[in-house]
Design a protein. Structure first.
Length: 95
């Protein structure tokens, strides 16, 4: 992951401007590397212009879309519905 910063120094300090949905399993080892749910909740907002939508699903790991598909779909559809107004007219007709 550190190699990305060397390849794109122009992005150093840049913040995400689009709405962000972050969904992860609490048992995902990658999340544990970043200090668990609390570590992600503390760090992720620092990289976003607006507060991200952060969700951690219990009893799921790295493949949460397969482990809890109904819950993942519910969260994604709610997020998309919340930000529907940001979509262009052309894209809106496909939803």
């Amino acid at each position: 992951m550190d190699l990305d910063w060397h390849a794109m120094p122009q992005l150093q300090g840049a913040k995400l401007t689009q709405p962000i949905a972050f969904i992860s399993g609490l048992d995902d080892m990658v999340i544990k590397w970043f200090g668990g749910a609390e570590g992600v909740r503390a760090v992720l907002p620092q990289h976003c212009v607006t507060a991200p939508d952060i969700h951690f699903l219990e009893q799921t790991g790295h493949w949460l879309q397969q482990e809890a598909p109904e819950r993942v779909n519910e969260l994604l559809l709610r997020f998309l519905d919340t930000h529907r107004g940001l979509l262009g007219q052309r894209r809106r007709s496909r939803l």
